[in-house]
Design a protein around this ligand. Structure first.
Ligand code: NAD
Ligand code: 89V
Length: 343
């Protein structure tokens, strides 16, 4: 079998999951890795047996020999690295958040289009098994037409020990975590036209907001609430579970703690557990996110082979990123923001 060859840039905290995900795919091989930090390059190169190692992305692209690049660096380098991939006409995956600004994100989509390469944003939360299960119930019509929804992520988990940069940015929870929740809202309820948001910083030791409440008007008439918090101290810590509530014309759906799904319709109530699989390399409580990494990467490999745009393409993700921008604008001004004005 001829394997699709990939290269990965950024060998940090999260990239290890991505390397495992690639290793699980029989038809993909990561042939080169890059990180500015020689320590991280050595750790990841040794763990996954990758011989070609670079401290400079320019040098890695100049040597070439790969069919796509997986960019797993933090947001500040995303635009330059996607543009570098485009200049070499190499298909690219870029981690969320897409870019520091919507203008950068638009420029990245334009660069990929001009080069004729696919660009996918690694927006993996919609690929979580519980979220896919919720979508399947909606699509089955079991609760009728949804008219109201809530996507909720409330936690007191210490994310700063693994990802210290999260404590330093002026923007925190909407940009880092709410971006996933907003994408789930789009995935379940369709595109949104208006956003109203309120934010707070509760933790005095971080720079950005750690609580946000967002109200979305969706194009199809659904109203949804997306609420996120890292300042919520619960008796049982739910990290990193997303809870979902949906009211429809024929019934209701609730996805709650420990992946319990309750679907109530005209014929009665069905309860099930839609827990993620614990992959051999995964560890609790991250296994939900880790499985979604494997699934989105499989999706990329399939779409690349078929020559079809991935579901969370750069073009698609501009609409999720616009919701992020809109939430910050709304929280700052106190006004409702019209999404079309940003896109
Ligand atoms: P990290 O800081 O641990 O790792 C980033 C690595 O990139 C570092 O080792 C750094 O040296 C390297 N790097 C940065 N710029 C570079 C450049 N220009 N060339 C080469 N190497 C460079 O960060 P992380 O926690 O692994 O996060 C990386 C990205 O993944 C972020 O955008 C974050 O938001 C995202 N993330 C996504 C998920 C998810 O579920 N999708 C979860 C966690 C983190
Ligand atoms: O998924 C993420 O983007 C992570 C975390 C779950 C910690 O917020 O940064």
């Amino acid at each position: 079998m001829t394997k699709t060859k990939g290269a990965l840039i950024g060998c940090g905290f999260f990239a290890v999951n991505q390397m495992h995900g690639w290793q699980d795919l029989d038809d993909v091989e990561i042939v080169a890795i890059c990180d500015r930090d020689p320590g991280r390059l050595r750790i990841v190169g040794d763990q996954f047996g990758v011989e070609r190692r670079y401290q400079s992305a320019d040098e890695m692209f100049a040597d070439g020999g790969f069919d796509f690049v997986d960019i797993a660096t933090t947001v500040g380098s995303h635009r330059a690295l996607v543009e570098l991939a485009a200049s070499h006409k190499v298909p690219a995956i870029c981690q969320k958040p897409f870019a520091p600004t919507l203008a950068d994100a638009k420029a990245m989509v334009a660069a990929a289009d001009a080069a004729g390469i696919p660009l996918m944003i690694h927006e993996n939360f919609r690929w979580q098994t519980p979220i896919l299960s919720v979508k399947a119930v909606l699509d089955s019509g079991a609760i009728g037409e949804p008219f109201w929804g809530r996507v909720s992520f409330r936690s007191g988990f210490d994310v700063f020990s693994g990802q210290p940069y999260l404590a330093k940015g002026k923007r925190f929870i909407i940009e880092d975590l709410g971006i996933h929740s907003l994408d789930i809202a789009r995935f379940l309820f369709g595109d949104a036209s208006r956003m109203t948001a309120r934010t707070r910083r509760v933790n005095p030791d971080i720079a950005g907001e750690d609580v946000a409440t967002m109200l979305l008007d969706h194009d199809n008439g659904i109203t949804s609430i997306v609420d996120v918090s890292y300042a919520t101290k619960l008796p049982e810590e739910p990290f990193p579970e997303t809870f979902v509530e949906i009211d429809g014309t024929r019934g209701t759906l609730r996805l709650g703690k420990d992946y319990k799904l309750t679907v109530h319709g005209p014929d009665g109530t069905v309860q099930s557990v839609v827990a993620p699989n614990l992959l051999p390399w995964a560890s609790r409580p991250w296994h939900n996110i880790q499985e979604s990494v494997a699934l989105i990467q499989k999706h990329w490999a399939e779409r690349l082979a078929e020559g079809r745009e991935p579901d969370t393409s750069g073009r698609d993700n501009l609409k999720t990123f616009a919701l992020v921008e809109a939430a910050y604008l709304s929280a700052e001004s106190g006004e409702t923001v019209v999404i079309a004005d940003l896109l």
